[in-house]
Design a binder for this molecule. Structure first.
Ligand code: HEC
Length: 119
């Protein structure tokens, strides 16, 4: 009886633990950004933002800019956020960078920005 009580208490504790870590993860979550990035962006930008590994070939362009540290340091998060949301043409860049506002939430875009800042 004692044993099953202990199990019960452990099971009850799990959801509250999950709640606590969820709350402490305030702001952008780069790891979530990475999951989305690898799926939706790496086909053109490469897993590391250098247009290399992860690139899916065919007619998608190779885009190395995200791995250019000097360039990345020169652009603000707001710029990255906007170009991802509105697409390349909106920011005076190549129109082959798609707009993602219909497929990604603002929060997801912020997660991605946090991730590409790590390249
Ligand atoms: C179909 C290919 C393609 C896909 C998919 C794609 N991009 Fe792009 N991206 C481009 C191109 C092309 C440019 C413009 C490069 C230029 O004009 O110098 C660009 C530019 C950018 C820039 C601005 C870099 C700069 O030069 O200022 C960011 C940031 C960016 N992409 C992020 C993303 C993110 C995040 C995703 C996924 C949600 C994504 N891209 C998906 C092709 C793509």
């Amino acid at each position: 009886m004692k044993f099953s009580n202990a199990l019960c208490a452990a099971a009850l504790m799990l959801p509250s633990l999950a709640g606590a870590t969820g709350e402490s993860a305030a702001g952008a979550d780069p790891d979530n950004g990475q999951v989305i990035y690898d799926r939706m962006c790496a086909g053109c930008h490469g897993y590391k933002g250098d247009g290399g590994e992860g690139h899916r070939g065919g007619f998608s362009p190779h885009v190395p800019t995200l791995a250019d540290k000097a360039y990345m340091a020169s652009v603000p998060d707001d710029y990255l956020f906007l170009i991802i949301k509105k697409g390349g043409a909106y920011m005076g860049k190549m129109a082959s960078m798609p707009a993602w506002e219909k497929r990604l939430s603002d929060e997801e875009i912020r997660d991605i920005v946090a991730h590409i800042r790590r390249f």
